[in-house]
Design a protein. Structure first.
Length: 352
């Protein structure tokens, strides 16, 4: 989108602001008479730009460019005639894109602490409209799977690229499936950094896990050096390309995948990428994946954000059109905070 990107982002922000106001008023603002010269935003978005109506990224980009140019020249009052948010329309047309919240407990918790956390999670309200997956330490996987509420699923924090055999310390996908585990995280930045996992290894793990019946949260992210050098998208695309090389482009395989964008510099640091940065990255990744996998597969794929997500910033992040949920670290160890994060997405589900 080049130099028009600023205005595209502005159009999206204004769209969401108007949508919230519209939901409060319980009447469509688009029905108000337009002033002379103001663009017909509803017609433009719903008939010309929406990728779920025209599954062609070229058409979508043309629509956004036109919006950007129109917004730049339009009077400020024309923001009141923007339609409902892009994300609400997109998710409504894609049942595969239910909101997703993953809780990565990492290497935390004694047996008593894990038990207390499970009890607290079990007492929370139902997570209607949101898929919740918790990833306890490997030692506690089976016990948590037996005691955690049935509407919360269980994930391993990692899986081996090998099967049964002489692979000391590894956990094959077959063992996880045999134990009733449905999900696994793959490619977390801590595994890449501390264990030296390469893009190739992450691709192998992802492919084998899916082949053996697991669903995968595949993590990608850039370091601070890569971010400051302006190569964020290059780094993310390289990581995703390795997954594509091993998994292939079959829509069925990608139904078993959730992509988690986790800027490495924001994990466990208390820092979080700005909503504008997150929106830019998520939208760019979906467009890039559309060229590799096809528009329909990319549209149905859930892309979630993980980077110091907590109960204080989740509401703002949940407003971003292409964010389909969160991968939560430290905040997932506190049931009250984790519950508020889930609620932030449940409320968006009810609004849409």
């Amino acid at each position: 989108l080049g130099s028009d990107w600023h205005w595209v982002t502005k159009a999206r922000v204004l769209t969401r602001a108007v949508a919230k106001k519209e939901l409060k008023l319980k009447r469509p603002l688009e029905k108000k008479p337009r002033k002379k010269g103001e663009p017909a935003w509803t017609e433009l978005f719903l008939q010309r730009a929406m990728p779920w109506l025209r599954e062609d990224p070229v058409w979508f980009n043309r629509g956004l460019k036109f919006i950007a140019g129109s917004l730049r020249a339009a009077p400020a009052t024309s923001a009141g005639f923007l339609p409902l948010p892009v994300r609400a329309q997109a998710r409504a047309s894609s049942p595969d894109r239910r909101f997703f919240v993953g809780g990565n407990w990492k290497a935390n918790g004694k047996s008593t602490e894990i038990s207390e956390l499970v009890d607290a999670l079990n007492s929370m309200d139902a997570a209607e409209g949101v898929d919740v997956v918790c990833a306890p330490p490997t030692l506690h996987l089976v016990e948590v799977s037996r005691t955690l509420r049935s509407d919360f699923l269980i994930a391993a924090q990692d899986v081996s690229q090998y099967g049964y055999g002489a692979h000391t310390g590894d956990t094959p996908a077959e063992m996880l499936v045999d134990s009733g585990i449905e999900w696994t995280i793959v490619g977390h930045s801590e595994r890449r950094h501390h264990c030296g996992e390469t893009d190739e290894v992450v691709g192998q793990k992802t492919s084998r896990a899916i082949d053996k019946g697991l669903k995968v949260v595949a993590c990608v992210g850039e370091t601070l050096d890569q971010r400051e050098s302006g190569v964020t998208l290059d780094a993310l695309q390289r990581q995703l390309q390795s997954i594509i090389d091993h998994v292939g482009t079959s829509p069925e395989s990608w139904k078993s995948l959730v992509v988690a964008y986790e800027p490495v510099w924001a994990i466990g640091t208390g820092r979080s990428a700005s909503p504008e940065d997150v929106e830019t990255v998520h939208a760019s990744l979906r467009q890039w994946l559309a060229r590799r996998l096809g528009a329909a597969t990319a549209h149905n794929l859930r892309i979630i954000y993980g980077g110091s997500v907590n109960d204080a910033n989740c509401e703002q992040l949940a407003d971003i059109p292409d964010v389909d949920g969160f991968l939560v670290g430290g905040a997932s160890l506190k049931a009250a905070k984790f519950g508020r994060i889930i609620s932030s997405l449940r409320e968006h589900t009810e609004e849409s």
